[in-house]
Design a protein around this ligand. Structure first.
Ligand SMILES: [Zn+2]
Length: 272
């Protein structure tokens, strides 16, 4: 996915062109435009020059990414919570390796839209902003995040990171950690194999899919540490659990997971 491109001079002019029209004659003006158009350039341009709210499309005078009304709705829908018991994760197959799992929102259409932009539209600064917002919400709600020694973003496989240009979980982790003055350690753990997307897999399949996907680089660097592992969303907990397992097996003292959004938990049945 393309990163937001700083636009200057001729590039600004190019951004005003009808992107489709520019290729009608098979001669793109700039090769980056062609690449970017394929990857959703319009989103990137909207990011470089935000003109309207990502959620409702209203033009806005102040505020970034969302109009004041949509920001208010996002804030009001926050439900910061820290879950510690297995029964809070009815979809997690197998043993639980994390000591707690915190999330700031339950999935709702606004959050889905924002997280999609963070992951697939190059809006890495929006990721940092949401991470910071979540940190402030947790602090104001006086929910302890276990006083970690460091915040660890769930790593992307290097190939996917290259495609995307950044790791969205790292941006979220930076925002969150900044509120508490904690260090972000992206160097502790690697994703050693590319995993299939978790979308559409059952809890058990997700567990198998990510099992063994993570490797602690130097076990002596995590021994005895209390760590907060950050992902963009938690669905079944399989990814955070696999990270926690690798860190625990390398000697970490405690591992807590954190994500912006968690599924809507229904006590009796499960997701509908
Ligand atoms: Zn709006």
């Amino acid at each position: 996915m393309i990163r937001p491109v700083p636009l200057h001079g001729d590039m600004k002019a190019a951004s005003r062109l009808d992107i489709q029209g520019a290729f009608r004659f098979g001669k793109p003006l700039f090769s980056w435009v062609r690449r970017a158009a394929a990857a959703g350039l319009r989103d990137s341009l909207d990011f470089a020059f935000p003109r309207s709210c990502l959620i409702c499309g209203e033009g806005f005078g102040e505020g970034r990414w969302l109009c004041p009304a949509c920001w208010r709705r996002v804030l009001e829908s926050a439900e910061p919570a820290m879950h510690r018991d297995a029964e809070d994760f009815p979809y997690l197959a197998g043993e639980q390796y994390f000591d707690g799992l915190a999330a700031c929102w339950e999935f709702n259409p606004d959050l889905e839209q924002i997280i999609h932009r963070i992951k697939y539209s190059g809006m890495e600064k929006l990721g940092r902003h949401l991470g910071g917002l979540a940190g402030r919400i947790f602090r104001e709600a006086e929910i302890s995040v276990a006083r970690p020694d460091a915040v660890v973003p769930v790593p992307l496989h290097p190939v996917r990171r290259r495609e995307r240009g950044y790791n969205q979980s790292e941006r979220i982790a930076e925002g969150f950690a900044g509120i508490y003055g904690l260090p972000v350690r992206g160097d502790l753990i690697d994703r050693r194999r590319a995993t299939k997307t978790q979308t559409g897999l059952t809890g058990e399949e997700r567990q198998v899919n990510v099992s063994g996907a993570f490797r602690v680089r130097r076990p002596e660097a995590v021994r005895g540490l209390s760590l907060l592992v950050v992902d963009d969303v938690v669905t079944t907990g399989a990814t955070l659990n696999a990270c926690a397992r690798a860190l625990k097996e390398a000697g970490a003292g405690s591992v807590t997971g954190f994500a912006l959004a968690r599924p809507v938990l229904r006590k009796a049945g499960g997701p509908e």
